[in-house]
Structure formats: C-alpha cells, structure tokens
Ligand binder design. Sequence first.
Ligand SMILES: [Zn+2]
Ligand SMILES: [Zn+2]
Length: 270
Amino acid sequence: MDVTDITELIKNTDRYNFHSHTEFCDGHAPMATMAEAAAGDGFEIWGFTPHSPICLDSPCNMKSGDIGTYLEKAAELKDRYDGSMKILSSLEIDYISHDFGPHIDYFQNMQLDYRLASVHFVPTQDGVWLDCDGRFERFSRYLKEDYKNDLRYVVEKYFENVIRMIEDGGFEILGHFDKIAGNAALADPEIENAAWYEALVDDVLSHASSAGVIVEINTKSYADKKRFFPAFRWWDKIRNASLPVVVNSDAHYPDKVNAGREEALKLLTQ
Ligand SMILES: [Zn+2]
Ligand SMILES: [Zn+2]
C-alpha cells in the first residue's frame, strides 16, 4: 500500500491502528490475542508493526530468523478476520544510517503491506549506538556516562537521523517523530521552548511534507504521561503543512489497543 491507499482506507473510519507490537519483539501478548482484543474493541483495520530486525544488539527487536514465522502468523489472522477486520503486516523499522533503514533492499524486498519508520537509537560522540527510548533512569545514565552530559547533542543527533530517514525514504508512515522529547523534557523541562528545538521540528515537518509521508500521532504515553508524540504543541504546524495524519496506539498490551486514541482524535477535530 502506498500513502494514498492508507489515507483512502481511513477516510470513513477512525477504527484503525497502524502501530502495534507482537511476541516477536517487546510486545506482551501473542498476535492472536492482540487481534482478538482489537476486534472486540470494534477495530476495522489493525496493523502489526513488531520492531524490525536491526544491525545492533537489541533485545527489543525481532530476530531476522523470525520474519517468515511472523508473516505466516499475520497471514493466518488475515484469513481469520477476513470481512470483519482488515489485518495488515508491517514492521516498525529502525533507522540507523544510510546503510540501515527502511530504504534498504532487505526491507524493500519483504512482503509488507506498508512500512512504519522510527528512530530509537542515537550514536554517542564516540560512535556507540544507544537506545534512547524507554525508561528515563536508563536515558539519564546514558546522558551522564555516555553522551558527556550534552543533552542538546543527543536531541540534535536524534532529529538529524529523523531527517536523514525521511530523505532516504522507503516508508509510508513517520513514527513518533519527536519521541526523544519524552526523555529529553524530563532532563530539561524547558527544552521544547528553545528556538533551536522548534527549528528542528520545523525542519522535520518540511522534509515530511516534501517526501509526502504520513505523520503518526502516537498515543501510547498519553494515559500515564499526558503526552502525545508529536507533542500537542506542534499539531497546528502539522495542520498548516496539510500533512496527512494517522492516530496510532503503539499497543504492547491487549488492554491498550485503543489507549489515548479517543482523546487524540477528539483534539484533532477541534
Ligand atoms: Zn517506536
Ligand atoms: Zn512501537
């Protein structure tokens, strides 16, 4: 599916989700259980996006040897829910560099319905790739011990990679483009007020606009942290750029299939 197919698919329904996790990555339930929960909640379109195989050591990511089994399970569920809920098989593909991202042949040749692209890893000044997603305690330790306490460096490097990922292309949906803000704003609550930070957001959006990708509004952290990714403060910019948007729960648990989506959808239509 391309961008137009996806926007066409959701034209008349809000009961969709293009970002969810599985037993093949750090999800907390088998795909069948997630699909059952989604169908029970009235979803019409459900996309699986396990964390892609990656060129780094990462316990959260799928092993490349599991791709075949994953796609088989997705195919089984496509049949099971045929006519009631459209199941889509995809991956949340990590972007590392020009050598590894959604655009490389490995992912382009895979039989996926669409591709969701995200940045989670940021290299240190010494070139060591660290996962900046996840708990603040870990991020805080990395910041002090590995990033020489230079928060602005981490944030700039993160956004630099988001922009490179958009330039390299090969995907339809841009995952949680300011995810770094979750941890960065805990380290410095004023960081998103800085002019240089806002300029990075503007840069991402102008690249997204030229590339014609869909911007994800990720609602996973709304219930506990009252934060969307991208942050609500940037939604006007997204609207002004006329960028297509999808609202995804990024569910890792069956009871979170719709978490935060209603709140985001309501805010979007205000
Ligand atoms: Zn992610
Ligand atoms: Zn995810």
